[in-house]
Design a binder for this molecule. Structure first.
Ligand SMILES: [Zn+2]
Length: 75
């Protein structure tokens, strides 16, 4: 399973089956190894977490760009 998780608040956005068709559709086959390491994280049960952004965080970012700086500060 690909599990989409918001990289800002950690909420699960959605799941997709881990098939070659889906991988191609998502463009994962075209990512460099480094990009895959950044975007994809393997979970303990063989699932792969995909970093994305949920709607509410996207809205928050659109409203306040400082949110970006805050995130960098926390990390
Ligand atoms: Zn979020």
């Amino acid at each position: 399973m690909f599990v989409y998780r918001c990289r800002h608040c950690g909420v699960e956005v959605g799941r997709l089956p881990k098939t070659d068709h889906i991988k191609r559709r998502l463009g994962f086959t075209e990512l460099s190894v480094e990009e895959q390491h950044t975007m994809l994280q393997d979970g303990p049960a063989g699932e792969t977490y995909v970093q994305c952004i949920c709607e509410s965080c996207q809205e928050a970012l659109a409203v306040s760009p400082e949110f970006h700086q805050l995130e960098r500060f926390i990390q």
